[in-house]
Each structure stands twice: as C-alpha cells, then as structure tokens.
Write a protein that binds this ligand. Structure first.
Ligand code: BYC
Length: 498
C-alpha cells in the first residue's frame, strides 16, 4: 500500500478485501471490465462522458480547475499498489470503472434466494428495487461534490486542499461506478437515470438530491471534516451492505469503492482530531483549563470543544436519518430479495441469514415513553445498520477524547442519544434531548442553542475560514498532520495554484 495513512484499521480492512486485476488505461475510459468488447455500452458511456465533464466544470471545485493537484489515481485493485500519485488538473483526472475481482462460485448471502449462485444479470422480479438502490447510491456522490464546491477558497493548508480535491474526484469516480451499472444493465431506463444524476442539484428547490443530508450546505471546513467522518461513514456502511448484494456487479463495484472510501474517513477523523489538537495546545499554552471559557478560547483563534460537540451533534443526527425508517418494508424487501445484506452479512454467525422468525429490538415512542420493542428482524434491517453505524462512529470519538485527556482538559465528546434531532423514522416529530429524554417544545427551544450550532457559532467558525495557501503553512485552528501524503513532507506543495 503506497498511501501513508495506513495506521487506520479501516484502510487496511478495505484494501485487504481486494485482489489484483489489470486496468486498461489505453481506453478513453480506464476500466477493468473489458469495455472495448462491448461497443454499445462503450458508446453510451462515451456519450455520457462530455455531459459529466460539463457537470464537473459547472458544479465541481470552484476556482481550482486549472491547478495541478497531487492526486492518487486508481490503477488497479491490488492491495499492494492499487494507486499512483502525481500532479493532475482535476478535469483531466482519469475517472475509471473498476470492479473488485470476481469471486468464483459466490452465492447470494441472504434472503429467500440464499445459497443460489449470485446473479450476473439483473433479476427481473427485482429490477425496479435494484435500480432504485443504485440510483440512490449514485445520487449521493455528485451531491457531495456540489456541497463542497466552494471550500477550496478557504482551505486551511495546501495539504487539506489536496485532500478535499482527492475526495471530490473519487466521489466523481463513484458516480461513474453507479452509472456503469445503470447503463450496462438497465437499458433505456438506466441511461435516463444516468442523465438525471447530472441534473439534480444539492439544495435546489425544484430538483434536489434524493436524500436529506445531501441537500444540507457544507459551508466551512469544520463541516467538511464532520461530514467526511460521519456522513462518509454512512457511505461506508451502505456500500458494505451493498457489497453483500446477490447482484454480483453491484457487489464488486462497492467492494472497490470501499477501498477509496477509507481515505475519506481518514480525512474526516484526522481533520477533526487536528482541530481538537490545535484547541487543546492553545488552551494549555494560555493556561486556560475551563473548556467552557468560550470567549477566552475563541480569542486564541481556535474552536472551543463544546462547539465541536454541537457540530458533531448536528452531523450525527442528520446522518442517522440517512438510514431510512428504523422499521421499513423497503428495507425488509431489499434484504429478503438478496439485493442488500447487513453489515458484514457473509461473516455473521448465529442466524440463518433469512431472518424469517428472528426479532430485533427497536426503540419506539409509545404513549409519550421511549420503549424497546422486539419487532420482526426483517422489518428492522435499517435499524440494525444504524446501530452498527453508531458503534462504528465511536472509534474516532474515543481517539479525539484521548487528545483532550492527554492535554489534561476536563471534557469528553459523546454521541447524542439516537433519537436526538431526527426527521426520519421512529423519532421524527419528537423533541428529545441529547441525553435521551423526551421533552416539550418549550424545553427544546430553551436548550437547542447548547445542543446544535447556533448563529453565533457559525459566524465564529466562518470568521476562522481564512485561506492558508502557502506550502507548509496551517491555519491557527488546525494542527499540521503528523505525516504527509505518500511519504511527502507536510510542507510539500500539494496543490500548485496557477
Ligand atoms: N431523506 O422505508 P424508508 C454515501 C425515503 S452515503 C430523504 O424509510 P428505505 C456517501 C426513501 O428513499 C450512502 N428521503 O427507507 C456519503 C423512501 O422513498 P421512496 C448512500 C428519505 O427505503 C458521503 C421513503 O423515504 N447509499 O455513499 O428502506 C459522500 C421510505 O423509505 C430518507 C445508500 O443510501 C432521507 N434521509 O431506506 C458521498 C444506499 N430516508 O423510495 C457518498 C442505497 C428515506 O418510497 N439506498 N427516505 O420514494 C438505500 O438503501 C435506501 O434507499 C435508504 C432508505 C437506506 C437510503
């Protein structure tokens, strides 16, 4: 592995799951799916390519399309060296179609077709549901690029700017991955869906992106880091669930996407971690011990820890909504049909992977009380993935807390209660505080400024967003990384701005 963020377990886990397959770079669209032998598909994708580039130029990173960016490009799916690094202008990035290698003899891991050979073609009876899952997944990819398009201008360093653009081009590649499936396997409908993916716009009133969180703004770098830690982690969980799909081309696409996703999570975790570190270092240096001495802390040009908690509360709650309703017949059908598994489905021990009689505990609001109810596990598939997601979030939170503990500051980040600030599912329409108490509207209004970022918080964060575009310089509010990218130093010129 040539990237040096390999200390993260998730990077290793994702990359270890793949085996090497040659990628053809001679074709206009780099691929390991033998595109040149399928003229019709090639023609359709070559027709989509210029429209994609138009979208990229209109909605991709604003102001840096001509900059030379030190990017990694996937050149294979070999865990030992799947990417190469070099300066690239983003519109010239080689967005390719890469599938993880086929596992011979793979069978459908769950649902009513469990044990049957994995489908290599779309199963007719599940066509609409499968298309919907691919479209929803595909829609999130360009959405995130749109959400982040103005951030280059306020990058806290060239290192961070490069990471932003890396994330952006790879989200673009993930869009290609889903478009490949739509165009290859869904005929005319698929081509129309591929076109529509370039037409919806994040946050636009009349043609928004499909899922809520992808219509929120990403107005500043703290939002970006929180997004890449918490929301890209929904990406990890959903891709992992789709990697268990009985539809083998979707499974193989998602397995390779997970390889790239690991870096996005790394950017989020270390971005927040470096912010925490800058705050703690500045507090210790100034002799401030009270983390709630907001005015004094903010004067140091760093972000106070309670504000970081409020930002995290916002991103966690909005991202939890992305799992859909905890109890869902759509979720049940996606699982029973074999199109989408649970997290780590094939390796789960102790059940029949069909869940015909199993139950799962879901917290619900009944007569003004929060109660745990055993519901059929099939209908609670979304709830289970959400629970797995919340457990997966904790690792980074613990590592951020270690930084605070080491500095001797009396403060710890916590995940808010699952039902806090939810708009989708069991808790939608309820007022619940971060500690998990059902409260009245008046209590919510009295407390919300302490639980979610308020206007003054956002204005303060905005005031910190001054560009730091000299190699080796880092904004006051964020510590330099411990290591650079691909063994380059931290003062490397990661972006050459023209
Ligand atoms: N906002 O039964 P329900 C990523 C809709 S992120 C708006 O509750 P279901 C990435 C739902 O579509 C991962 N609408 O839930 C991260 C349905 O509408 P239709 C993206 C919502 O269907 C960072 C209706 O409500 N991938 O990769 O079981 C950067 C009832 O749905 C929302 C996927 O999500 C919402 N939050 O589950 C870049 C995987 N939630 O169909 C990338 C594919 C629900 O009745 N998608 N609705 O019109 C799925 O598996 C499912 O579609 C969902 C929803 C889990 C999203």
């Amino acid at each position: 592995m040539s990237i040096n963020e390999d200390t993260l377990v998730e990077d290793k886990a994702a990359i270890d799951s793949d085996r090497f397959v040659e990628v053809s770079y001679d074709d206009a669209i780099p691929n390991n799916v033998d595109l040149s032998s399928d003229r019709q598909l090639l023609k359709a994708l070559e027709g989509w390519h210029p429209k994609y580039l138009e979208w990229w130029k209109e909605m991709g990173p604003e102001g840096f399309q001509n900059a030379d960016v030190y990017l990694r490009t996937a050149v294979g799916v070999d865990p030992a060296g799947w990417a190469k690094f070099g300066y690239v202008k983003m519109p010239e990035y080689r967005w390719g179609i890469l599938l993880a290698p086929k596992v011979e003899g793979r069978t459908i891991p769950c649902g009513r077709h469990k044990g049957e050979p994995a489908w290599q073609e779309v199963p007719g009876e599940y066509r609409a549901l499968l298309r919907r899952l691919i479209v929803v997944q595909g829609d999130t990819e360009p959405a995130s690029v749109e959400q982040q398009r103005y951030l280059g201008a306020t990058a806290p360093s060239l290192y961070d700017m490069r990471n932003l653009f890396q994330v952006n081009v790879e989200e673009g590649r993930h869009l290609w991955a889903m478009v490949y499936l739509l165009v290859k396997y869904f005929g005319k409908d698929g081509r129309e869906e591929a076109q529509a993916l370039l037409e919806r716009r994040s946050g636009q009133q009349d043609n928004p992106r499909i899922l809520g969180a992808f219509n929120e703004r990403t107005p500043d770098w703290l939002s970006f880091f929180m997004f890449t830690y918490f929301t890209d982690r929904d990406g990890k969980m959903q891709l992992a669930a789709l990697a268990e799909s009985g539809f083998d081309p979707l499974s193989r696409s998602c397995r390779f996407m997970l390889t790239e996703e690991a870096h996005h999570l790394f950017v989020g975790e270390t971005g927040v971690g470096r912010t925490v570190e800058a705050t703690c270092t500045a507090m210790v240096k100034a002799g401030i011990t009270d983390p709630y001495d907001t005015e004094a802390i903010r004067k140091l040009g760093v972000v106070d820890l309670p504000l970081l908690q409020r930002k995290a509360n916002f991103h966690m709650s909005v991202t939890r909504d992305l799992f859909g309703s905890e109890i869902s017949s759509n979720g049940a059908e996606a699982f029973s049909s074999g199109l989408k598994g649970r997290f780590n489905e094939a390796n789960l021990k102790g059940d029949d992977h069909q869940l015909t009689d199993a139950t799962y505990n879901v917290t619900r609001v009944v007569d003004g009380q929060l109660v745990d109810e055993a519901v059929p596990a099939l209908r609670a598939i979304n709830c289970r993935l959400l629970d797995d997601y919340m457990a997966d979030c904790q690792g980074g939170i613990d590592r951020w807390n270690k930084i605070i503990e080491k500095a001797g500051i009396n403060f710890r980040f916590k995940q808010p209660y699952k039902g806090f600030n939810r708009r989708i599912g069991e808790f939608a329409g309820q007022r619940i505080n971060p500690d998990g108490q059902l409260i009245t509207e008046a209590e919510w209004q009295a407390g919300v400024a302490a639980w979610l970022p308020n206007d003054a918080d956002m204005a303060f964060i905005n005031s910190l967003m001054k560009p730091c575009h000299e190699a080796g310089q880092y904004a006051s509010w964020i510590a330099p990384p411990r290591m650079g990218i691909n063994q380059q130093p931290v003062d490397y010129e990661y972006v050459k701005i023209d």
